[in-house]
Each structure stands twice: as structure tokens, then as C-alpha cells.
Design a binder for this molecule. Structure first.
Ligand code: ZN
Length: 328
């Protein structure tokens, strides 16, 4: 998403405007914060934000952590051991939003968080959907894998490559844990209204979400999920029950392209049935889908990790010498 939206769990998430870039009067502080250079920079950043493409965050930090928790509990012993060797003392959940935190330094990754499948298309097409030369982001003119589907597959190869460096494998892991989550937020797989970012609407009685207009994409990223009132731990417990009840484990296979097509179909319905405002009735009608997608993302992430790290003997990862940088 454009990410001018505050995340209810993590304060304001705006990838382009640093927290320090706020022109405000603070008692006892020099008002020179608002000097011309600063204001020019702020205006440039705001203009840049206006022309940025759709979707970025997906699920918000809590949603990504829930997906990671669901997956971490379903790893084979070998995959779990290999994963811990890569992560050190960190949990999978603790690195699940790293991809959002590096947007600025890794401008080439901006479009990797989503896939803009045309609304009326019958499904995902790599040729059509993963080349975005119209974008201003780094490498957009040459990157033919500029979408979440291709990136999951590419980073899977690096993660499973025993000859790759530990640092590269750790980074691949951090992209994967985030992107599998992103792909399961339905509005990350449709081009309509920039994945719903341009559909402004009131959410639970307020047109404003913090300082910004609420929008449909943001509601699906974070607001519906947060409206449950569950903590991360409670949420994971409830999703574990849901997985049992609905036998979701049987849907844990498939390819990233399959998952994109699933999300695209759901996104079409979400766009077609856009309400005037998101109220309790809309929440009641849609929270089951939010929950099912979080659960499926966790199950499929586990399948991806077991497939890439589950087969290799743990010694293969442990033998890699270079210590991994700790990000969180
Ligand atoms: Zn993302």
C-alpha cells in the first residue's frame, strides 16, 4: 500500500517520510525545524508519495507476526534446526516485517510486495504482471520479476541453496516470510484502484484513520484484523482451532501463482462489493476470510520452509561460516 496509513500496532507507517520530518512547534525547541530546505524536502517527499504505486505493507506487523507464528509451529525438526541456525536467537515472527522496514534502502524491492493482476484477467501472467517499466523505482526498466509471485520463488531458490552465503540465505528467508503473508492479503493481487488504496471510505464510524483518510486496502491490511481485539497470541490460538475445524491443512500446497490467483478472485469480490463505509456488518461478513487467509498463509509458509530447509541436513547450514547480521 501507499502506506500513508498508521498501523494500529506500530504507529504511523510512512515509508518515505522519516519520523523526524515533522514540521512542528515544540515548546522549548527551536522553530528552525521548519526551515526552507526542510520544507522543500518534505514537499518533495509528499509529491513522491502521491505518485507511488499501490500496496506495500499488507497485514501490518501483527498480521505478519501471526502468519510467522502459525508457520513456525509446523516446521519439521530439520527445518526448525536449520532455521534457528540462520536466525540465531531471533524468532521467525521478529523478522516478518523486516521487508517493510528496508523499503527506503532497497528501492528495487518496492513492487515485490504485491502483484497487480488486472481486475478482469482470468489469472496471473508473469509476462504481463511482473514487468513494470512505468514505475519509477530502481531497476523497474530491467526487472522482469518485479512482483511478489516471482520473488517468493527466487528467494526460495537462494534459501535452499547450500552454496549460497549464510547472509544471503538469511535475507532470502526474511523476504519469504513477509511475501508469503503479503500474497495472502487479497488486495495485494489486483490492480483495481491501486489495490483498493484509492477507495477512501469511513471505517467504524470515522473517515479519518489518524491523520489520513481511511481506505479499503488499509482496512484489509490491518483494521479488520485489529477490530477483533485479539492479541497476537490469542489470534494464533484461534487460528490453530480454525485450521483444525476447517481442515485447512489440506490446502497448504500450491505455488505462489496459485495463491495469487486465489487472492485475485477474492479481491475481485471485495472490490465489487465495496461498501459505502466499513461498519460492523461488513466486519462480520468478512472477518472469516481475513482469518482464513492468515491461517493459509501460515500453513503455506511452513510448506515453503519445510520444502527448502527441511530436507537439507542441519550441518549444511551450520557449516556456513559468515555470521549473520542481526536485524531485530
Ligand atoms: Zn509488504
Amino acid at each position: 500500500m501507499l502506506a500513508i496509513a498508521p498501523s494500529l500496532t506500530g504507529g504511523y507507517n510512512h515509508p518515505e517520510i522519516p519520523a523526524s520530518a515533522v514540521c512542528r512547534r515544540v515548546p522549548g525547541r527551536n522553530a528552525k525545524l521548519c526551515d526552507r530546505g526542510f520544507v522543500k524536502k518534505l514537499i518533495a517527499l509528499l509529491l513522491l508519495a502521491t505518485f507511488l504505486p499501490a500496496q506495500l505493507l499488507a497485514w501490518g506487523p501483527k498480521g505478519h507476526a501471526i502468519v510467522a507464528d502459525i508457520a513456525a509451529a509446523r516446521l519439521t525438526p530439520a527445518a526448525k534446526q536449520n532455521l534457528q541456525l540462520l536466525l540465531g536467537g531471533d524468532s521467525l515472527a521478529s523478522v516478518s516485517s523486516w521487508a517493510d522496514s528496508v523499503r527506503k534502502e532497497r528501492d528495487e524491492s518496492y513492487d515485490w510486495h504485491f502483484v497487480d493482476i488486472p481486475t478482469d484477467a482470468s489469472g496471473f501472467s508473469e509476462e504481463r504482471d511482473c514487468f513494470r517499466p512505468q514505475d519509477k523505482h530502481k531497476d523497474a526498466l530491467t526487472d522482469h520479476h518485479n512482483c511478489v509471485v516471482d520473488r517468493i520463488e527466487m528467494f526460495q531458490k537462494i534459501l535452499g541453496d547450500e552454496k549460497a552465503s549464510r547472509a544471503d540465505r538469511l535475507e532470502a528467508l526474511k523476504w519469504i516470510v513477509h511475501f508469503v503473508g503479503d500474497l495472502h492479503q487479497p488486495l495485494h493481487a489486483i490492480d483495481a484502484a491501486r489495490g483498493g488504496n484509492d477507495i477512501k471510505l469511513a471505517v467504524f464510524g470515522s473517515p479519518k484513520c489518524g491523520d489520513y483518510d481511511c481506505n479499503l486496502h488499509w482496512a484489509w491490511d490491518t483494521l479488520l484484523l485489529e477490530h477483533t481485539g485479539h492479541s497476537e497470541e490469542e489470534y494464533v490460538g484461534r487460528l490453530n482451532s480454525l485450521i483444525e475445524q476447517k481442515h485447512l491443512q489440506s490446502q497448504s500446497s500450491g505455488t505462489p501463482a496459485d495463491w495469487a490467483n486465489e487472492s485475485h478472485l477474492q479481491a475481485r469480490r471485495i472490490i465489487e462489493t465495496t461498501p459505502v463505509a466499513i461498519d460492523d456488518a461488513y466486519y462480520q461478513a468478512n472477518i472469516d476470510l481475513v482469518n482464513e487467509k492468515l491461517a493459509l498463509a501460515g500453513l503455506r509458509l511452513a510448506a515453503v520452509l519445510n520444502g527448502t530447509l527441511g530436507k537439507a541436513p542441519a550441518a549444511k547450514v551450520s557449516s556456513l561460516s559468515q555470521p549473520a547480521g542481526r536485524e531485530h
